[in-house]
Design a protein around this ligand. Structure first.
Ligand code: DX5
Ligand code: ZN
Length: 219
């Protein structure tokens, strides 16, 4: 299978120059952008909504991978899609049951985007076992979402391996949180196709150099 792709998160970027930050990440080798939407309810932090997604859309032609860390995502899917999201990922933890999750997946697909489902470190795979075979992306969180720069939780690796081995699952597998020079190779080995990297890129003074160092570890 193809080498996994690094999806830089703009969470810790300088929003006063968002367009330039995205251009720099693209020049460094990014093949898609990961955008972290936080609502201050589902996670104890705020970031941005569709206004910034739309601004990112005008800054790049790369796919926008929009991670919705929010309650009631169904209410806003259309607006995020219209703002330019190519992938919309919703959390299992905000759903009553797997039927609600499946309905969100269907809505996202009807809007013409790829449909992702995300699970936090404490959430077992059983919570998505019926939806896993019929979605486009599964995001295994390797930190409790809310903040960049946290320590990688290795339980995500077991989930990735299990999903990778499931014959009926052909969704892209994504991992997010604490992915850095120490942990990225294990993520790739466990079967992740998309590696979200926040602080390990944005803390470096040179995005391109950091990008190349990370890429070398997954080739
Ligand atoms: C976690 C976010 C992540 C985060 C990753 O709350 O969903 O996308 O920005 O940042 P790092 O790589 O610093 O853990
Ligand atoms: Zn994220």
């Amino acid at each position: 299978s193809a080498a996994p792709a690094i999806a830089p998160s703009i969470l810790l970027c300088d929003y006063a120059k968002l367009g330039q930050e995205i251009a720099d990440l693209q020049a460094a080798g990014a093949q898609l952008m990961h955008l972290d939407v936080m609502d201050g309810h589902f996670v104890p932090n705020f970031t941005f909504g569709m206004t910034i997604v739309e601004a990112a859309r005008r800054s790049t032609d790369l796919p926008l991978d929009v991670h919705l860390m929010m309650e009631n995502p169904g209410r806003y899917l259309k607006q995020f899609r219209e703002a330019g999201a190519d992938v919309l990922t919703v959390h299992e933890e905000v759903c009553r049951d797997q039927q609600e999750l499946a309905d969100l997946v269907a809505e996202i697909r009807e809007l013409g985007a790829l449909a992702g489902i995300a699970i936090n470190p404490p959430t077992p795979l059983e919570k998505i076992d019926q939806v896993a075979a019929d979605c486009d992306l599964i995001l295994c969180m390797s930190v409790m979402p809310g903040f960049g720069g946290q320590k990688f939780d290795r339980t995500a690796l077991d989930k990735l391996r299990t999903l990778h081995e499931r014959e009926d699952v052909d969704a892209l597998l994504e991992v997010d949180g604490g992915v850095n020079l120490e942990t990225i190779a294990d993520c790739a080995q466990a079967g992740a196709n998309l590696l979200v990297v926040g602080s390990a890129i944005s803390s470096g003074e040179n995005y391109e150099k950091r990008f190349r160092q990370l890429e070398q570890l997954i080739r």
